[in-house]
Design a protein around this ligand. Structure first.
Ligand SMILES: [Zn+2]
Length: 261
């Protein structure tokens, strides 16, 4: 990520002041300076839910909370990571702030939540966090991104594996990031419907083009559309990749090729 002039020096000074007792929130201007670059990095999508975000309607979230930790009342926050850009995630309002969807009965928003798989591993002071074992999926970890899928029939989020540990992490993330918010499921479902239609068309054209070469360009055109839908720039591309993975078949090797492209 490219940073504004002098950012590293400014953040180092602020980090030293926070270490000396200053409140992390007094330095919000510094992490907010990285918002435009973070938006560009994700092609204007929330890093957690992959919804397209308006320039104003989002925040730089601290993956490890900087002030307090909901699950550990005597924790004073991961203050030493308040200005560490590896702790920054760009989040939309629904993922970041507490919200209740009254109409559809769901609620969520990360706020200061940061559950661990094993609370005993919680790090309280500046030290390695490598073995902490976060429960929340981390959009900066590719293996975590692949754990999240969505249901073809309604766009509701689901776990991409049947491993119990993954399931508990995905369910916690769905709840805390409010990934099951109805409006988000509706958007996801709309994209899923077109994707599945494209896959069916591509499968059909692929079969035909095995005996009729002239149909190959038609197949390629649809395959390209599918590629766009699962590319990193596209909204909900993680969930769409999950749906595409579910359509793999021995006689359709092009699906695996698209997933690896
Ligand atoms: Zn979001």
């Amino acid at each position: 990520m490219r940073m504004p002039d002098g950012w590293l020096a400014r953040s180092a000074v602020a980090a030293a002041q926070i270490a000396g007792g200053a409140a992390p929130d007094d330095y919000g201007d510094i992490w907010r300076e990285l918002k435009p670059a973070m938006l560009q990095l994700s092609h204007f999508k929330c890093w957690y839910c992959e919804s397209p975000v308006d320039r104003n309607d989002n925040a730089v979230d601290h993956y490890r909370p900087k002030n307090r930790v909901f699950e550990a009342l005597n924790h004073t926050g991961y203050r030493w990571l308040a200005l560490d850009k590896s702790n920054f995630r760009l989040a939309c309002t629904f993922c970041n702030s507490k919200r209740i969807d009254v109409e559809f009965g769901t609620a969520g928003g990360k706020a200061d939540k940061f559950p661990l798989l094993d609370e005993a591993r919680r790090v309280y002071q500046q030290a390695s966090i490598d073995n902490e074992g976060p429960k929340l999926l981390d959009p900066c970890v590719i293996e975590d991104c692949e754990l999240l899928g969505c249901q073809q029939e309604n766009g509701k989020p689901c776990c991409a594996t049947e491993v119990q540990l993954d399931l508990s992490r995905v369910n916690a993330s769905i709840e805390i990031f409010h990934l099951d918010r109805d409006a988000t499921c509706v958007r996801r479902h709309g994209i899923a419907v077109s994707l599945i239609a494209d896959i069916m068309e591509a499968k059909n054209l692929f079969d035909i083009s095995q005996v009729d070469e002239t149909r190959k360009p038609g197949f390629k055109k649809v395959a390209k559309r599918i590629h766009t839908t699962i590319s990193r720039e596209a909204p909900y591309s993680g969930e769409m990749r999950y749906l595409l993975r579910g359509q793999r078949a021995e006689n359709h090797p092009w699906i695996q090729q698209l997933l690896e492209a």
